[in-house]
Design a protein around this ligand. Structure first.
Ligand code: SF4
Length: 92
């Protein structure tokens, strides 16, 4: 019997979010709507008010307490760092 693992299914081990190597793309590109997951509305393309100038989240340790539950469950599956580091060669 063959054990099905991430490797045997053909998935790459690096398909996970690496926010330290991303420009905060999900914090800018994606829209969110005031709901149980977000305390405010944000249009796609507008930077989140919690995004700092170095592309970090100023409330990261308190996301759920601040009402940003949606941010804690989203995973770009590695797209963010790929676009930041490869497509844009590290230039924000
Ligand atoms: S709250 Fe933080 S993680 Fe969520 S979109 Fe804003 S900057 Fe990004």
């Amino acid at each position: 019997m063959t054990t099905r693992t991430r490797v045997t299914l053909g998935r790459r081990e690096d398909l996970g979010a690496d926010c330290a190597n991303c420009f905060g793309l999900c914090c800018v590109a994606l829209a969110f709507t005031r709901s149980v997951d977000f305390p405010v509305d944000k249009d796609a393309g507008d930077p989140c008010d919690n995004l700092d100038p170095t592309d970090g989240c100023t409330i990261h340790p308190r996301l759920r307490a601040e009402g940003f539950r949606g941010c804690t469950v989203f995973d770009c599956s590695g797209a963010g760092q790929k676009v930041s580091r490869h497509t844009f060669a590290g230039r924000s």
